[in-house]
Write a new protein. Structure first.
Length: 311
């Protein structure tokens, strides 16, 4: 049976494609995945009629969308303002609220059981100011609660023998790149290449030029079996991030290794990383920096440029 040569998502793709073609869609408007699946179906049909065996079906893995994240929302109000801020966790939200409270602590001075100086403990400062029921201050209050962050996504079908698109396919993707003067409702310009969205814009509030790369919408053929997309970012001639097919996420990997070993093993790993160029040692402060760092990233003000390699 022809169906035996296809996984369930391929069969679903064939059914959807057949419906679209029945509705007289232009075949050139089909996605690359649809065209590839149709070609394999045609080969399987021809092989069945000519008693030839089709090639072995592609071995794939299914990558589900990443789980939604969570943010803590702090809403604080009084007679003059009603503001809302986002925080990574409950403690950082309480810290922000406690910082505000310490600035207006004079409102409490003189009340029974209230110290002249605010507590250093954030929770205690919040409790004393608002009360255990959050209702001891007239016309003032706060809410601090967790909210799930919605994330759009889809299940990806990724071949286990991942290969980055060849030269012809890459050049075609570059030629098909699209510029969006405004995408969604954010009013920001964006370039789209094979589903990868690259925003470059002026951020007035931050006073900087911002570049943002969105990979969630990348075409399946760019996605590696671990769910990541190879990415290299350069500013002028300096590589500031290299997670490409040739490079590796050295900084994260090395950090995980060093955090999991004892002192003796750590020294051996550091020496091997230095010899391999994954780390480089600052000649001034002797701090071990990631290989991709262009200057010393030590805790002090050193910032000595990365020495050039000598042959």
């Amino acid at each position: 049976m022809i169906a035996a040569h296809f996984n369930p998502l391929d069969i679903e793709c064939l059914v959807k494609t057949a419906v679209e073609l029945w509705e007289e869609i232009d075949p050139s408007d089909l996605s690359e995945h649809q065209q590839d699946t149709l070609n394999r179906a045609r080969d399987a049909i021809l092989a069945e009629h000519t008693d030839q065996q089709p090639s072995h079906p592609e071995v794939v893995t299914f990558i589900r969308p990443r789980l939604a994240g969570q943010a803590w929302v702090l809403r604080r109000w009084d007679r003059h303002e009603n503001e809302m801020t986002l925080h990574a966790d409950e403690d950082s939200g309480l810290a922000d609220l406690a910082e505000y409270i310490r600035g207006v602590w004079d409102n409490l001075v003189g009340e029974e059981g209230v110290p002249d100086q605010p507590p250093t403990n954030d929770r205690e400062a919040v409790r004393l100011y608002y009360g255990s029921e959050r209702n001891s201050r007239p016309d003032e209050g706060f809410n601090l609660y967790a909210e799930d962050i919605a994330r759009r996504g889809r299940t990806r079908v990724v071949p286990l023998d991942y290969r980055f698109p060849d030269k012809d396919a890459s050049e075609q993707a570059n030629r098909d790149a699209t510029f969006h003067p405004q995408i969604d409702n954010n009013g920001l310009p964006c370039v789209e290449v094979d589903g990868v969205l690259v925003f470059a814009y002026l951020d007035h509030d931050a006073g900087t030029v911002r570049v943002s790369v969105h990979l969630d919408s990348a075409e399946d053929r760019l996605v590696r079996p671990d769910g990541t997309v190879p990415l290299r970012v350069e500013v002028e001639d300096a590589v500031v991030l290299d997670d490409s097919a040739e490079g590796t996420p050295k900084r994260d990997l090395l950090s995980k290794l060093l955090n999991a070993v004892d002192d003796r093993q750590e020294q051996a790993i550091r020496e091997a990383a230095l010899a391999a160029g994954v780390l480089w040692r600052c000649p001034t402060c002797q701090w071990d920096n990631p290989g991709e760092a262009t200057c010393c990233e030590g805790p002090g003000p050193c910032r000595v440029p990365k020495p050039k390699r000598t042959s």
